[in-house]
Design a protein around this ligand. Structure first.
Ligand SMILES: Cc1ncc(COP(=O)(O)O)c(C=O)c1O
Length: 373
């Protein structure tokens, strides 16, 4: 594809600054490898083969997926070592078995005896991780819970207990570097304790898997951990910037929108970038800098002070100053192109079919996203 100017794109559309993405990938790889574990990037943020390859250093490597559709797409592109990191219900077992029969080393996840029984009943030694709850955030069993050993005992007969996994999603609710550092230590301590308990009971537990972008970034000691799963670091977003995980200059994703009108008495610019293009994520609502539905930049990606997308309808975005104060609307005539930095990159990217890949201000490629479950 020949490089094309931004003005040739339909709006709204998704832009990806490839240089920033590669810088984010290299920084996280250096940090994690420096602490010892392997990286098993989570491809759920990008859901795109060129991005998955970039996260693995250029060639297929171990990855994490959030849907079997991602597993299928990545397997077709040459990835073999794939962890499906959402608890497995029995109705997905036929699809898991089919992928494994075709040569994909698909690993699955459970946190209850019922799901473990269904996997064990297949009698095909499906490699299975046991999900540990390290922060009371979502799923998983506590490292000291009776279920831990009960699930392992069920898996022993018919499946293969590959190890333990946790995701400290509670890190997104931290507010200070000290809290994030403590959450990273808590994540490691919980999963290592679970692994030790399983080993003491006679189980093999080769894999000890952790990961969220905030905890991985703030981790200082990963002894006992074998792999780190990180996803949103590839693009970064305003939630990560608000947590101090990155700076605004690291944000690789933006949504290109056009000004379609003005509401002068209300001090609003009206654009064609509503929630269909941005998502409705309000992840910065508790932050010092609440960016509403996104921070507004000029067409080159430079933030325009504190202009934010203050409100969204399906296909309309209303841009205002974060404090509601007047600003010079005449600087933005109808047709002006603006870029909106995402609150939560995974949610914003999910609204689009693919990425217009940017080098500087020119578009050099189109990378499709994988969809569905
Ligand atoms: C199981 C699991 N592992 C890893 C991740 C990666 O987290 P992050 O996007 O913060 O890097 C997620 C994200 O939701 C997840 O659900």
């Amino acid at each position: 594809m020949n490089a094309a100017p931004l003005s040739s794109l339909p709006t709204p559309c998704l832009l990806l600054d490839e240089a920033r993405m590669r810088r984010n990938v290299a920084r996280m790889a250096g940090h994690v490898h420096g602490l010892g574990p392997a990286l098993r990037p989570h491809v759920k943020t990008g859901k795109s083969i060129p991005i998955a390859l970039a996260m693995c250093g250029g060639a297929p490597g171990p990855i994490t997926v959030s849907t079997l559709a991602e597993a299928e797409a990545c397997f077709a592109a040459g990835f073999r070592d794939v962890l499906y990191a959402v608890g497995l219900p029995p109705n997905k077992l036929p699809a898991v078995q089919a992928l494994r029969a075709r040569g994909c080393d698909l690993i699955v996840l459970v946190d209850n005896v019922d799901a473990a029984r269904a996997i064990a009943a297949c009698r095909t030694a499906i490699p299975t991780l046991l999900e540990i709850d390290s922060d009371d955030h979502r799923a998983g069993v506590r490292p000291g819970a009776a279920e831990l050993l009960a699930i392992a005992a069920v898996l022993r007969d018919g499946a293969e207990l590959r190890g333990v996994l946790t995701h400290a999603g509670g890190s997104y609710d931290c507010r200070t570097a000290a809290e994030l550092t403590a959450m990273a230590a808590q994540e490691r301590a919980a999963v290592v304790a679970a692994a030790e308990r399983l080993r003491a009971a006679g189980h093999r537990c080769p894999v000890v898997s952790i990961g969220s972008t905030p905890t991985a970034t703030f981790a200082r000691d990963l002894r006992g951990v074998t792999e780190v799963r990180v996803g949103v670091y590839v693009f970064m977003d305003l939630v990560m910037a608000g947590l101090g995980v990155c700076s605004l200059d690291d944000l690789a994703l933006s949504v290109l929108v056009s000004v379609i009108g003005h509401q002068r008495d209300k001090h609003w610019l009206v654009t064609d970038g509503g929630w269909m293009a941005l998502s409705r994520d309000r992840g910065t609502s508790g932050h010092v800098h609440d960016r509403a539905y996104g921070l507004v930049c000029d067409a080159s990606g430079r933030p325009l002070g504190d202009l934010v997308v203050a409100q969204t309808n399906q296909e309309h975005g209303l841009i205002a100053r974060a404090d509601g104060a007047p600003f010079d609307l005449n600087r933005f005539p109808v047709g002006t192109l603006l870029r909106v930095l995402p609150i939560h990159a995974c949610a914003t990217a999910a609204q689009h079919e693919g990425y217009h890949v940017l080098h500087g201000d020119a578009v050099s490629a189109w990378w499709p996203r994988c969809r569905g479950w």
